[in-house]
Write a new protein. Structure first.
Length: 690
């Protein structure tokens, strides 16, 4: 009897051994990642042995790892019903939930597995990975460390921990906790020295915090092989751009572009390198070369969203905003959650003056990418432009005609919507001649509005009264101003205006009650090759029956973009119908030509400035020409997001209210305070988040 039993056991073991040997090829497919072959192999096994547990389990893994996660879940669910206490099947069922992105369900199931067997390495690691997918990074790291205590040095767990740290570091950097994020990334580098993903994340944090020296060091360390040296150059070009060294950025990106030609089969590397090269061309305002490079790239990748993004970016640099919007819309059709598409179109709409649409897409960007800093900054800038504020200006003026004046202006602006702003302004001016002791004072009260019909047409209008007290008379007069602002074509601005104002330059003029009716046209033409042209024509009829014609034109060239440095030529012509030189400067003809230079810093910086100087020659009627000089400077400080102040000064010896030989000095200060923290229609803006 015992011999019969032994013979039966030997037969069963032999069958199992033969069956295991029969499936060995399938096991090898799974181990080497050839999941398609494994799926076909175990499907054939199941045709012969449809109830075999091992074959069904391996088939389920092969199906799930080839991408059909739902079928894998079904397979393991059925196995779990048949083998409810089989721990191996439970582990595979839990993993199939991960494949199918059922993370909440997987979290609950893994918790039960750990309670059942706390020292199970796959259970603890699976639970850690589940927590990581749920972005519960701190807890995930605790459990992956437990897994590494069970199996010290396990490569899968080490790699999982690396990506958990990367995810957690990204979350911390979004919360502006940059120090903690960097410490996590440094821990990764202990496990994986000079790991590319980790170094790129460190470099990104250094860029965000404007620590460009450290960013440069990190990106330089990436150049350990031919491919990674290209990645290094691409990022070093970005650092150079952040340092405003655009020529250096173009040199680095050009070198990367040349090297990447050997790796055209690596689409990601090739495309990202070409992308950086085109960006560098745009930074250097080489728009034609950038357009040609985009066309070449488009011929290789006609439907790639990144190529569309480059076309859109080119449009932003060349003020072709409508084309940019078309490209950004095409990107969003392909992928609604595209970062480039949503934030790009938000910026394009802001440039066109379509602020509500800009808000909408900026909020959409934050829906897909919570706490994204560029989107938050855009919303902050938009809100600031719609936040009520008060401006105050105090000026002191002197001239060589012994005239002194103090001018005070108080102006408030309250936007009631993105298209309508109400305005109130008060001007006080007192002027005195120190020789004659003649004094006069004027008080102006203005009430107005600014209405923006769309991004191309707006109307600014205000009306008020002026009350003047001269040394022999007092009077009240109506004053007004209206300007229609039009953008007829790209890079062009046209202003058509009317202004009724009191001639109040000095006490004598203010005492004469001369009202000026100014009709003006201002036109500015910009180009994409740094040349600009500004022209103003003004026709003035005065209540003393005099008429003035004034023409001013300026041709200028932008030498630098940061800070903005301009130089150019100005020409001015003035002609009066009647000459009354004993009352005010009123030549039959006046001509002035001058060369000027101007520098302007970024007005959004904490400290900002601008300065200009002009040298020229003026001709009053038939008199010999005389040299002219004028200069102006401003230095300001922005102490907070809501308050800024600046000091300024001016000097000019151009013929003006008296005659040639005139000298004029003005200095003063300006204050600007946003007295509310947000727009008055902020609730309407917040509704756009929904």
């Amino acid at each position: 009897m015992s011999r019969l039993i032994l013979s039966f056991v030997f037969f069963v073991v032999s069958i199992a051994s033969c069956f295991a040997q029969e499936m060995q090829q399938g096991f090898e497919y799974l181990e080497t990642g050839e999941y398609d072959k494994a799926e076909v192999f175990f499907k054939q096994i199941l045709e012969q042995y449809p109830t075999n547990r091992t074959a069904r389990l391996c088939y389920g893994r092969a199906v799930g790892l080839t991408g059909d996660s739902k079928q894998a879940v079904t397979i393991f669910t059925n196995l779990l019903k048949e083998y409810p206490y089989d721990f191996e099947i439970k582990l595979n069922y839990a993993e199939s939930l991960l494949w199918d992105k059922q993370f909440d369900k997987a979290e609950v199931f893994y918790e039960k597995l750990i309670e059942e067997k706390s020292d199970s390495f796959p259970a603890v690691l699976g639970y850690a990975n589940t927590l990581s997918n749920l972005q519960k990074y701190e807890k995930a790291l605790a459990y992956v460390n437990k897994a590494l205590e069970i199996q010290e040095g396990n490569q899968n767990a080490m790699i999982s921990r690396k990506y958990m740290r990367l995810g957690y570091a990204n979350e911390l950097s979004q919360d502006r906790k940059y120090g903690e994020a960097l410490r996590l990334l440094d821990q990764n580098l202990l496990d994986f020295p000079n790991d590319k993903d980790t170094q790129l994340n460190k470099g990104n944090i250094y860029l965000i915090t404007n620590n460009l020296t450290e960013a440069e060091k990190v990106y330089a360390t990436l150049a350990v092989n031919p491919k990674d040296s290209i990645v290094s150059l691409n990022n070093l070009a970005l650092v150079a751009h952040k340092k405003h060294k655009e020529k250096e950025a173009l040199g680095l990106s050009t070198l990367a572009r040349d090297r990447v030609e050997k790796f055209k089969n690596d689409k990601e590397l090739y495309l990202s390198t070409q992308e950086r090269y085109i960006q560098a061309l745009l930074w250097n305002r080489k728009f034609k070369a950038a357009s040609e490079a985009i066309d070449r790239l488009k011929s290789l990748y006609p439907d790639d969203a990144r190529v569309l993004a480059l076309q859109a970016t080119s449009g932003m640099y060349t003020s072709n905003f409508d084309t940019s919007i078309q490209n950004y819309r095409a990107i969003l059709v392909k992928q609604r959650s595209s970062f480039d598409g949503n934030l790009g179109i938000a910026n394009a709409y802001r440039a066109l003056g379509e602020d509500m649409k800009s808000y909408t897409y900026a909020f959409k960007t934050l829906q897909y990418y919570p706490r994204q800093q560029d989107a938050e900054k855009l919303i902050e800038k938009l809100k600031k432009s719609h936040t009520p504020h008060i401006e105050e200006k105090t000026a002191f003026t002197f001239d060589n005609g012994d005239n002194e004046a103090v001018n005070l202006t108080l102006k408030t602006e309250i936007p009631l919507s993105v298209n309508f702003k109400s305005q109130f302004q008060y001007d006080y001016r007192t002027t005195k001649n120190t020789i004659t002791n003649n004094e006069a004072t004027s008080n102006d009260f203005w009430l107005g509005f600014l209405y923006k019909y769309n991004g191309s047409i707006s109307l600014q209008s205000k009306i008020g009264v002026t009350n003047a007290d001269g040394f022999t008379t007092s009077y009240t007069a109506l004053i007004a101003e209206t300007v229609v602002k039009i953008k007829p074509f790209r890079l062009q601005n046209l202003d058509i205006g009317y202004k009724r104002e009191l001639q109040n330059f000095n006490a004598d003029l203010l005492n004469r009650e001369i009202i000026m009716n100014n009709y003006s046209i201002n036109y500015n033409l910009g180009t994409n090759f740094n040349l600009g042209w500004y022209t103003q024509y003004m026709y003035t009829s005065q209540t003393d029956d005099n008429i003035r014609n004034l023409l001013f034109t300026s041709l200028y060239y932008t030498i630098l973009q940061r800070p903005v440095l301009k130089a150019g030529i100005n020409y001015q012509y003035i002609a009066f119908k009647n000459q009354v030189p004993t009352i005010y400067f009123s030549p039959e003809r006046f001509n002035l030509g001058e060369l000027f230079i101007e520098v302007v810093s970024d007005p959004e910086k904490q400290w900002f400035y601008n300065a200009s100087a002009a040298f020229g020659q003026q001709y009053v009627e038939n008199d010999p020409g005389s040299s002219t000089f004028r200069a102006e400077g401003k230095l300001g400080h922005q102490s907070s997001n809501r308050f800024k102040a600046n000091l300024y000064g001016k000097y000019s010896n151009i013929a003006s209210a008296t005659a040639a030989g005139f000298e004029y000095v003005e200095f003063g200060f300006q204050l600007k305070w946003y007295f509310l923290k947000q727009p008055v229609f902020n609730k309407k803006i917040i509704e756009l988040k929904k």
